[in-house]
Design a protein around this ligand. Structure first.
Ligand code: DGL
Length: 259
């Protein structure tokens, strides 16, 4: 059981930013990453569509890949599907990311804060509960429609224009930026180009620590001394697309600075 892998799920390669954090803590674990880029973006899909798709993926991870735990490395999937999944797979540890708005409350509560996330996350009940609890009265919520897609497809020039339009008016005002979608940490430099030197808040470190705690509590930590394996699966239709995603995913894992 302890040598089984940990499943990571995202609508694409964005969840690699969460896996990078987990690898810093648990290098000896095996990981299975499911990138559902055929269905990216999740951000504009209905609750029913996301629940159905996440259910299929978690079933595949548990039945075919025998994962011992699952990480929802996607804020949108977490916001919409985690309750359903925890209820259905009730013996499986499921760790879910959420926008790091509590971190703002704990570390920089006074500053003007932008929460950037998909429309699905911003409009979800789960996020609203979190937001009402920690609201600093000095926050704007931004539904960043289309942003994850630009990052997923490496369209960084278009991303710069997109961010200029979305964020230009906050330059000099914003102190905190919550990266409420796991694709967005890959755009930190692009966001800084528009907003200047802001503090970023990302849920990934908390998820990695929570994953460690849950595995330890359930006696599921790997006892291996050597480095674990990382297995990547992408749902795109063509072999070329799948290979391209795999290449990008491993490039991110080797170059992404998760600080
Ligand atoms: N990476 C995802 C998230 O954290 C989803 C982006 C999308 O597919 O819209 O929300």
């Amino acid at each position: 059981m302890n040598d089984m892998s940990i499943g990571f799920l995202d609508s694409g390669i964005g969840g690699s930013t969460v896996l990078s954090r987990a690898l810093r803590l648990m290098k000896n674990e095996d990981y299975f990453f499911f990138s559902d880029s055929k269905n990216c973006p999740y951000g504009d899909k209905s609750d029913e569509e996301i629940i159905k798709r996440c259910d299929e993926i978690v079933e595949y991870m548990t039945e075919k890949k025998h994962c011992k735990a699952v990480v929802l490395a996607c804020n949108t999937a977490s916001a919409k599907a985690v309750d359903f999944l925890r209820n259905k797979y009730n013996t499986l540890p499921i760790i879910a990311i959420e926008p790091a708005y509590k971190m703002v409350h704990d570390n920089s509560p006074e500053g003007f804060t932008l929460v950037m996330a998909t429309r699905g996350t911003i409009e979800s009940e789960k996020f609203h509960r979190l937001y009402s609890k920690y609201d600093n009265g000095n926050t704007e919520l931004l539904s960043c429609v289309g942003m994850a897609d630009l990052i997923e497809q490496s369209r960084f020039d278009e991303l710069d224009n997109y961010l200029q339009k979305l964020l230009g008016k906050y330059r000099g005002m914003a102190e905190n930026v919550v990266l409420g979608c796991t694709h967005y940490p890959l755009a930190k430099d692009n966001i800084r180009k528009v907003l200047g030197n802001v503090k970023f808040f990302d849920g990934a470190p908390g998820v990695a620590r929570q994953l460690y705690r849950v595995l330890k509590k359930n006696d599921l930590l790997s006892s291996k001394k050597s480095e674990g394996k990382i297995c990547f699966f992408d749902s795109s239709d063509t072999q070329d697309e799948r290979e391209e995603k795999e290449k990008r995913f491993f490039e991110i894992l080797s170059s992404y600075n998760c600080e």
